[in-house]
Ligand binder design. Structure first.
Ligand code: FAD
Length: 286
């Protein structure tokens, strides 16, 4: 089913994000993770894709196939473009189509000095235009409630986001954030800019202190004082931080749903216990 169809059919669309394991034997273990994730009945599971030059990208497709045919859950395949040319994208598209994959999250990918860029796709909007011209995928794109780190300001960011939507993005999945107010303001800005497609907040339950530092460095999400206090108080106590991180994420999700947000994308970090705890916490809500 196409991702837009899910939004038409469901009051609340719930999705999980996972990444393909790096080693072959871990790919076998992913079944234990998927057993739990799929029991939770997500509308789709998205599978991340390397920024380029990575043989792991074949595992993205393998994992997406497993999700679709073994677990009967709709996969969304992430696809980056900076380090690929049109021939590469044609080949990925051909494989995805022949495997019955219906949805793609079309991304530029992060710049990486170790991975050469191919100079054919410069922005996600280029990839979306190209995919739309030649294929029939449901297309999602990324968005950033606190601005993409390379954007000069919110106005510029909004203009570029508008290009992705005009090119054919049908749903936006957001970068993680810890302060819902950024998300509410962002959605309002999008609506003012005439972007009226579904915008799904991305929530990452933070369950260890190392993960927080890495995530914030990578994506620039700001840490509200309430969240910082939790890290300060429980950062050295693994079990306490797990409980506190889960409660924080749950309170974010409940606030979003109470404010009529109609979809949640959970960054599971391949930890099914996290997804299960979150789903238990909203069992009577969605
Ligand atoms: P773009 O939309 O191209 O935007 C990137 C920057 O360029 C922004 O500052 C934007 O304002 C600017 N820009 C856009 N269009 C134009 C234009 N026409 N002219 C000038 N400037 C422009 N990365 C991975 O490698 N693999 C993944 O699986 C992955 N999954 C992700 C999932 C989600 C939900 C999100 C939010 C991000 C994910 N990323 C992933 C990270 C993503 O690749 C990076 O954030 C990347 O730096 C930007 O990708 P984008 O598709 O948003 O790029």
């Amino acid at each position: 089913m196409k991702i837009t169809q899910m939004h038409k059919q469901k009051d609340t669309v719930l999705s999980f994000e996972i990444f393909p394991p790096k080693k072959d034997d871990e790919l076998k273990n992913i079944d234990a993770t998927l057993d739990i994730l799929c029991e939770l009945n997500p509308d789709f599971i998205s599978v991340t894709f390397g920024a380029g030059g990575s043989s792991n990208n074949n595992r993205t497709i393998e994992l997406a196939k497993k999700i679709k045919y073994q677990y009967h859950v709709e996969p969304v395949v992430h696809l980056t473009c900076l380090s690929y040319d049109k021939k590469d994208i044609d080949e990925f598209s051909r494989i995805l189509t022949s495997e019955g994959i219906e949805n793609v999250l079309a991304l530029r990918g992060d710049r990486n000095p170790d991975i050469p860029e191919k100079d054919e796709f410069h922005h996600a909007s280029d990839l979306i235009t190209y995919l739309k011209r030649k294929n029939d995928f449901g297309i999602a794109a990324a968005c950033y409630p606190e601005c993409h780190p390379e954007s000069a300001n919110r106005v510029e960011e909004m203009r570029h986001l508008r290009k992705k939507v005009d090119a054919g993005a049908e749903v936006l999945l957001s970068q993680l954030f810890f302060d819902n107010n950024y998300f509410y303001r962002f959605v309002e800005d999008c609506r003012i800019a005439g972007i009226d497609i579904p915008i799904t907040p991305g929530i990452m339950p933070v369950i260890n202190a190392k993960q927080i530092k890495r995530m914030v460095t990578m994506c620039g999400a700001s840490l509200p004082e309430r969240f910082q206090k939790i890290i300060y108080k429980y950062g050295d106590n693994k079990d306490a931080l797990f409980d506190a991180g889960m409660s924080y994420a749950l309170s974010q999700i409940i606030d979003l749903l109470a404010n009529d947000v109609d979809s949640i994308h959970l960054y599971t970090m391949n930890n099914p216990i996290v997804a299960r705890r979150i789903c238990e916490g909203i069992r009577n809500i969605i």
